[in-house]
Design a protein around this ligand. Structure first.
Ligand SMILES: Cc1cc2nc3c(=O)[nH]c(=O)nc-3n(C[C@H](O)[C@H](O)[C@H](O)COP(=O)(O)OP(=O)(O)OC[C@H]3O[C@@H](n4cnc5c(N)ncnc54)[C@H](O)[C@@H]3O)c2cc1C
Length: 383
């Protein structure tokens, strides 16, 4: 129990944990080997209302709170972080499409997304860099009632598995910065789209890759938000995904701690359980404390979002702290399993999985700049 959850949210968490334990966890290592997300499982998740449940009912959601989306997200991530990208990308893209798209264009996509029939990627990063996100080069030129897209997006999660992507490109002059960017919903089966897959360190079932655009013609109706306002309007959604990412990696830390506490209580050395040695139990106790605190911060960010209150600083705190903490936790847990922890298995897979989020969706340096700007003012914290 905690102050953010009522009985309904507790019950929801228990329901998702039962599903995730029986249906998602068993394939955790196999999906990393085949590097394919299980579409059948995605549809089961959709059928149970587990994907973007916060969306309005007209778009296939259940109009739940964002906290409810967080509860589902952490239970799926506890079983398989890669699989919980379905929730992360569903909620992030769901929010962007439902707020900024033309209803008749985005509704069919949102219905497929919430049913688990379509996976949407988010394509911002370019080969020249990701941190300086407003400095995009992807060319988007308006010709009649179409946009023609040319260039490359890179390091995109699910690049080769997604059915469509929210793509940010430049419609303004080359030096127009954040005020010359437009967001488009691009179905990835359009002529001129090709994709690649990287050999990732972790998160291998979802994977990352490049998306190449060669004279790809996208109807103007697929624009999200106003022309040249994509960065300013559409990027607001990232506060939501940052809080969700915090819960996602902390769920992996929590299951690692749960398993490790059991292990150190059972395994013996020098005639005692490992946990009898403070060198074993105190580092775990310290990390367990921080995981509890960081999780409450993530729930606080979602609670603020549900009330329409500002939460950019809190979301950025979740995004830099939780992935660093989760990595330290899983690292410590792995060591507590001795040589067994170093074998290919769930713990080393989790270590590789959580590391990605120290980079993906913005690094700690960028998150700390966001926090500093929120506290000290943008003028006092230039880029
Ligand atoms: C697992 C994973 C998933 C991803 N998924 C997606 C996705 O779905 N869609 C997408 O668009 N992108 C995605 N990315 C890309 C990711 O968002 C970028 O990698 C990230 O924003 C950093 O950009 P970069 O890699 O180009 O590093 P750079 O921008 O080149 O930065 C390199 C280093 O310099 C530091 N740095 C840069 N500028 C500053 C500064 N002003 N002050 C201090 N330090 C600075 C950075 O913190 C970083 O440590 C993903 C990446 C990973 C690893």
């Amino acid at each position: 129990m905690n102050p953010y959850f009522d009985e309904d949210l507790v019950r929801l968490g228990e329901q998702v944990r039962r599903f995730a334990t029986s249906r998602i966890a068993p394939g955790f290592q196999e999906r990393e080997r085949t590097r394919v997300l299980d579409r059948g499982l995605m549809q089961e998740m959709g059928g149970m209302g587990f994907i973007a449940p916060e969306l309005p009912e007209q778009f296939g959601g259940l109009a739940t709170s964002c906290l409810a989306a967080g509860v589902i997200h952490e239970e799926v991530a506890r079983a398989d972080l890669s699989m919980s990208y379905v929730n992360l990308l569903g909620s992030l893209n769901g929010q962007i499409l439902s707020h900024h798209g033309q209803p008749e264009v985005v509704r069919p996509w949102l219905l497929r997304l919430t049913r688990g029939e379509a996976l949407l990627a988010i394509a911002l990063t370019e080969p020249r860099g990701g941190s300086d996100a407003a400095n995009l080069r992807l060319q988007v030129e308006r010709i009649g009632d179409e946009y023609v897209v040319n260039g490359e997006k890179t390091s995109i999660s699910a690049a080769d598995q997604a059915d469509a992507a929210v793509v940010f490109g430049r419609t303004g002059a080359p030096d127009s910065g954040a005020r010359g960017i437009t967001a488009l919903l691009v179905p990835l089966d359009l002529p001129g789209v090709t994709r690649s897959r990287f050999d990732c360190h972790g998160q291998r079932a979802i994977g990352r890759g490049s998306i190449f655009f060669e004279n790809v013609r996208v109807p103007v109706s697929h624009r999200l938000g106003e022309e040249n306002a994509g960065f300013v309007q559409v990027m607001q959604g990232f506060d939501f995904s940052r809080a969700l990412i915090g819960l996602q990696v902390l769920a992996v830390a929590r299951i690692s701690l749960d398993e490790t506490w059991t292990h150190v209580a059972e395994r013996r050395a020098f005639g005692k359980p490992l946990s009898a040695f403070q060198g074993v139990s105190h580092p775990l106790a310290g990390l367990d404390t921080k995981v509890e605190a960081a999780r409450l911060l993530c729930l606080q960010a979602l609670w603020l979002k549900d009330r329409g209150a500002p939460h950019s600083a809190e979301a950025a705190m979740c995004k830099w702290w939780a992935p660093k903490l989760a990595y330290d936790v899983v690292h410590q847990c792995l060591l507590m399993f001795g040589h067994g922890g170093y074998d290919r298995g769930p713990m080393e897979q989790r270590l590789r999985d959580v590391l990605g989020f120290q980079i993906g969706d913005g690094t700690a340096q960028i998150m700390k700049t966001i926090i500093a700007r929120t506290r000290a003012g943008r003028a006092a914290v230039p880029a």
